[in-house]
Design a binder for this molecule. Structure first.
Ligand SMILES: [Fe+2]
Ligand SMILES: [Fe+2]
Length: 482
């Protein structure tokens, strides 16, 4: 048995799951590997594949010193299968099997449900790499370019994480699903990725930062609930993925924060107090705050769709089965079975948006979404601190959950960012003040010019406070070779 904390780097696939002694799974993964590398070269970052990038690679799965930094060419990144250490005596924390020992093999009755959860999670990982593949061409600095690639290789590893579970525990149909994960393509008309937000474009760096702040955070919430799973290999997989995911949140939060900082500094220097003096602010070569708010509105609303329907039998079933828990289930104080419990859910009733108390089991998607909103709000509060410190009378806020939705109750209606219902004419008239207009996108696009001198930054974004791995400001994070 592997000791669960040391990683075996000897074979083709680094792992701490004892692949060296598991011939069947090792062969399955080694057979899948060339297709993965082909996918990476075809659909991964465009250009830069021969450039050494200062990347972190996991060398352990403990909480300290788990990664090392070094220059790596991306196709040579050591994508591996890494599970957090097993917790001795762990029991199923919730649902109908609460208190029973966790499963080390797939429980037959829940096989289909579990496979579906793995495939949906797995599908998002390569999707985001595909969405971000053109961004290298316009990176605002080598620091940001490196962060993009770090996120990309880790999303690639997250695909490995799900594919390992499929190959190890699902035999033939697991192998088929693993193959399909390399075939679907973000935004493809015939064979799109499974979830809407993962078929949207990420055309510019502000979109990238918003995506990592809002959409990767959905990933965090999903992984956190799967980390509670009674299927122990899934729990351990997700726990380690969350360690990496924290960096993606960091890239998004600090990315937007640096954009705000730069705008505030430029406005102060030019003596502009009115955040709506858009023309003058844009003439400074920085992104005005109302446009930034519109971008946040877009990415927040697209991400909310990932939480699914307000009332969901699937969510109830996955909870009852002990496969997918609530956010921080192990810190909650209740029966962990939700017998007779209710949960308030915003619904559309008689043409009005109102809270309705529904059985807590049916409302689990909304509970997770509410936890998500709280989590996102904390990051946003830190953005607003920059505005407060700069004395700028503007605050970023999250739009109402009914705004700009395509899934669930509110897909059928139009609402403004405060949740007031609009008819089609009102929506059409006000849409451009709430979501990025073509003009806004053109302006942002006009700023997207690459900056590749070590230590230099595009004029629309402030430098970070500290470098990656405490490297100095002029560190050459990507050695660009052609
Ligand atoms: Fe991920
Ligand atoms: Fe991520």
């Amino acid at each position: 048995m592997p000791d669960g904390t040391r990683i075996d780097y000897d074979g083709l696939i680094p792992n701490n799951v004892g692949l060296a002694g598991d011939l069947r799974v090792r062969k399955a993964l080694e057979t899948w590997h060339p297709g993965y590398i082909d996918w990476w070269k075809q659909m991964g970052p465009e250009g830069f594949q021969n450039s050494p990038v200062y990347l972190r690679t996991a060398v352990g799965v403990g909480s300290d010193n788990w990664a090392k930094f070094d220059f790596v060419r991306m196709p040579e990144y050591r994508w591996g299968v890494l599970l957090a250490p097993a917790v001795e005596g762990r029991t199923i924390p919730f649902g109908a099997h609460k208190g029973e020992p966790t499963w080390q093999e797939v429980p037959g009755e829940y096989r289909a449900m579990l496979r579906r959860l793995l495939v949906i999670q797995g599908d998002t990982e390569p999707a985001s790499v595909e969405q971000q593949r053109h961004l290298g061409a316009t990176a605002p600095s080598l620091y940001d370019l490196r962060n993009l690639f770090q996120v990309n290789v880790e999303e690639g590893r997250h695909l490995w994480a799900m594919v390992y579970l499929l190959q190890k525990y699902f035999g033939r149909d697991g192998r088929e699903e693993a193959g399909e994960l390399l075939k679907r393509r973000s935004g493809d008309r015939d064979s799109p990725r499974m979830l809407g937000a993962f078929n949207e474009r990420t055309p510019d760096w502000l979109s990238f930062f918003m995506f990592t702040f809002f959409t990767d955070r959905d990933g965090k919430m999903q992984l956190a609930s799967l980390a509670q799973s009674g299927f122990d290999p899934l729990s351990r997989t997700c726990r380690f993925m969350l360690t990496e995911e924290a960096h993606h949140m960091f890239v998004g939060e600090t990315g937007v924060q640096r954009v705000i900082q730069r705008t505030v500094d430029a406005m102060r220097a030019a003596g502009i107090d009115d955040p709506y003096d858009i023309k003058r602010i844009r003439d400074l070569g920085v992104i005005d705050l109302p446009t930034l708010q519109k971008k946040a509105n877009l990415h927040f609303s697209l991400t909310l769709d990932l939480f699914g329907n307000e009332i969901s039998t699937n969510a109830a079933n996955a909870f009852n089965a002990g496969l997918k828990g609530r956010y921080q289930e192990d810190r909650l104080n209740d029966d962990h079975q939700l017998a007779g419990a209710t949960y308030p859910v915003l619904r559309l009733k008689d043409g009005m948006i109102a809270n309705e108390h529904v059985p807590a089991l049916s409302g689990l998607n909304m509970r997770l979404r509410d936890d998500y909103v709280k989590d996102a709000t904390q990051g946003m509060t830190r953005w607003n601190r920059v505005l407060a410190q700069g004395n700028i009378p503007f605050r970023i806020s999250l739009p109402h959950v009914a705004f700009n939705r395509r899934i669930g109750e509110f897909a059928a209606i139009h609402a403004d960012t405060d949740g007031n219902l609009l008819d089609v004419a009102e929506w059409d008239a006000r849409r451009g003040s709430m979501l990025p207009s073509e003009d806004d996108n053109r302006f942002i696009e006009s700023l997207m010019r690459p900056v590749r001198d070590p230590g230099s930054y595009a004029g629309w974004i402030a430098p970070p406070r500290v470098g990656v791995d405490n490297r100095p400001g002029d560190f050459e994070y990507v050695k660009i070779e052609h």
